[in-house]
Design a protein around this ligand. Structure first.
Ligand SMILES: NC(=O)C1=CN([C@@H]2O[C@H](COP(=O)(O)OP(=O)(O)OC[C@H]3O[C@@H](n4cnc5c(N)ncnc54)[C@H](O)[C@@H]3O)[C@@H](O)[C@H]2O)[C@@H](O)CC1
Ligand SMILES: Nc1ncnc2c1ncn2[C@@H]1O[C@H](COP(=O)(O)OP(=O)(O)O)[C@@H](O)[C@H]1O
Ligand SMILES: [Mg+2]
Length: 277
């Protein structure tokens, strides 16, 4: 297993060309946040915006509209229950994130299905949280696209059938990855990333990160990084590395690190590591 290196981060985070505009940095559409879990999609959206995605739109329950906008006026918001909005905003994105705070009831399932039906083959689709649980339980058909799953160990157990105790076995994980034909970000103390060719381990990570919303934030970061940087695999690795490197730094002086504190530090981290032209 290869460790993610600082060199890889430096070779991924690009100095922004002067001749560029918001369209250069990708469109991200996020789908999630029911009436009880608006925070999850707000954190994911925040991370996508702070990672530098050019245009970010969020399909969520309208109960979350004012809380999202009061924290993050940069994001556009549409009604998750309006199927026409889903049909418009999914095909118009470069990167789609589905799942943070989506829930797993029948309405959530319909939203997930409609979202996936509107995905285009050239798109990157990040499947997180509730969406992983529904794909696992309801045998939902996956679209042709560049798919990235971001399960924690319990979600991976649901999706892969591999018990948490057996997830140490890389061959088992890789076999299921091959079947899914996706990048798998298996989150834990030291997160592992399974790609078609390799397995990587994230050297960073701290128990100060063990707080609700930390994974929602990572999903938004992966969206922001993959929207901007051409090599999708390296963009995923860089996002995973940055998420925990920021947390490790903050944890030098804190008992717990909150997701929004990570989001605020992303532009500083990217500034320090930018080098690739
Ligand atoms: N503020 C919010 O709105 C929040 C909403 N959330 C959403 O809640 C939904 C359900 O996700 P949850 O993950 O809470 O619930 P799940 O039921 O999917 O998983 C949580 C269970 O998995 C267990 N587990 C075992 N290994 C784990 C590991 N390595 N990491 C994390 N959990 C592990 C936990 O102990 C817990 O019992 C998702 O859609 C998620 O996005 C959560 O992100 C929490 C914050
Ligand atoms: N003890 C730990 N050490 C390192 N990282 C951790 C630890 N606990 C949680 N994390 C990180 O926090 C995130 C948690 O993701 P997840 O469980 O999906 O959170 P949520 O759904 O609440 O947003 C993952 O990136 C995981 O690697
Ligand atoms: Mg999660």
């Amino acid at each position: 297993m290869k460790s993610i290196t600082e060199d890889l981060i430096r070779n991924t985070i690009r100095i922004r060309p002067n001749q560029s505009h918001k369209g250069t940095y990708g469109r991200v559409t996020l789908v999630g946040g029911n009436q009880n879990m608006g925070g999850a999609i707000i954190m994911a959206t925040t991370a996508a915006v702070y990672s530098g995605a050019g245009l970010v739109s969020t399909l969520t329950d309208m109960h979350n509209l004012s809380s999202l906008h009061s924290r993050l006026p940069e994001a556009m918001v549409a009604n998750i229950l309006d199927s026409n909005q889903i049909k418009k905003l999914i095909p118009g994105a470069n990167v789609v994130v589905v799942g943070p705070g989506l829930g797993t009831d029948d309405q959530s399932k319909n939203i997930l299905q409609l979202t996936l039906q509107n995905v285009q083959p050239n798109q990157i689709v990040i499947i997180d949280g509730s969406a992983i649980t529904m794909v696992a339980q309801d045998k939902i058909k996956l679209p042709k696209a560049h798919i990235i799953f971001t399960p924690h160990q319990m979600e991976w157990q649901r999706l892969s059938g591999i018990k948490i105790a057996d997830q140490k076995n890389q061959n088992l994980n890789q076999k299921v990855r091959d079947k899914l034909n996706a990048i798998v970000v298996l989150k834990s103390h030291h997160t592992q990333i399974y790609t078609s060719k390799d397995t990587f381990i994230n050297p960073g990570g701290t128990p100060a990160q063990a707080t609700g919303g930390m994974g929602d934030t990572l999903a938004g970061m992966i969206a922001g990084f993959t929207a901007q940087f051409k090599n999708t695999e390296n963009a995923v690795l860089a996002a995973v590395y940055a998420h925990s490197a920021i947390a490790d730094k903050l944890a030098e002086r804190r008992y717990v690190v909150l997701p929004h504190q990570i989001a605020e530090r992303i532009p500083f981290f990217m500034h320090n590591y930018q080098s690739f032209k």
